[in-house]
Design a protein around this ligand. Sequence first.
Ligand SMILES: *Cc1c(COP(=O)(O)O)cnc(C)c1O
Length: 358
Amino acid sequence: MTAPRLRPTLAHVPRYVAGRPPAGTSDLAPYKLASNENPYPPLPGVLGAIRAAAERTNRYPDPAGRLLTERIAARLDVPVEHVVLGTGSVGLLHQMVQIAAGEGEEVVFAWRSFESYPIVTTINGSTPVPVPLRPDQTHDLDAMADAVTDRTRVVFVCTPNNPTGTAVRRDEFDRFLERVPDDVLVVVDEAYVEFVRGEEWVDGLVAYRDRPNVAVLRTFSKAYGLAGLRVGFAVAHPDVAHALRLTAVPFGVSTVAQEAAIASLDAEDALLERVERLVAERSRVEAALDDLGFGLARSQANFVWIPGPTEDLVAACDAVNLSVRAYGDDGARVTIGEPEANDRFLDVMSALGPAARR
Ligand SMILES: *Cc1c(COP(=O)(O)O)cnc(C)c1O
């Protein structure tokens, strides 16, 4: 028997490595700091909306997600036609490549950055063009603009950058946009935007307003704590938004997800207070790591990046029931969690010391 003939490009698709749960090798309470999840469970009001929506699971969801789309548009002060829901922003990343890049056309992104970028590009049969980060772990936007050719169709800009936590400066991004041809789709992936503090950083919504080639991706997975429900959205000008609707999986965003997202917008104050607590924890963790002599780049997200070999760090975390996300010899990404989890991580770092990391 012969196997069906599948697309050769699949041989080149990198594997998505999901953060793993804690090893369970110790009696200590386990903490998963490997997937940038929100450590806080859904608020009672959000859980109530999920339960109520679950009762209607025999019905298909509203395919357009009209109520949620309208709420997002009002919240962000953008036209409702500019908002498109997706099955997490990862679903929309696939669509961004599908709508703009053909076979052999190029997709430019920083590296390291979000591991989905080379995956969605390669699945589509397009060519990934990774551009190394600068030594300070930030996007090298000059090099990225240099990497744009007449074959480039999409540029992903991840700010704050997963996994290094660094944000892109507004002035640098404006200069970058001046250099990128305006028929190239620039996607600003802002999965962690709610954790950003300071005025000097990119706000994708400001950049997109008068530029039809700029689109913004946001998600309910991180700050809003709905990672398990798969709901994100794009804000884009009409041509791009229309193309995203054409390529969406019909009924992809469930009623449960839509209702939970609406309830989360209703409860936004309480949720953003949790974000504030995580930002305060981030500052505390970074200050403690400074005191230990690590000298790391500042994070604007809900995680920190420890560059260098990861084997000893992962082993030490495993031993105390913490899981972190290791990227080979490049570094490890550690999610900011509950204070107890962060304390335990700091104990590990204190025992390892910065010398072991160089
Ligand atoms: C987590 C993450 C996403 C979003 O994931 P979804 O759960 O699919 O919304 C998107 N981009 C980056 C950079 C992320 O880290």
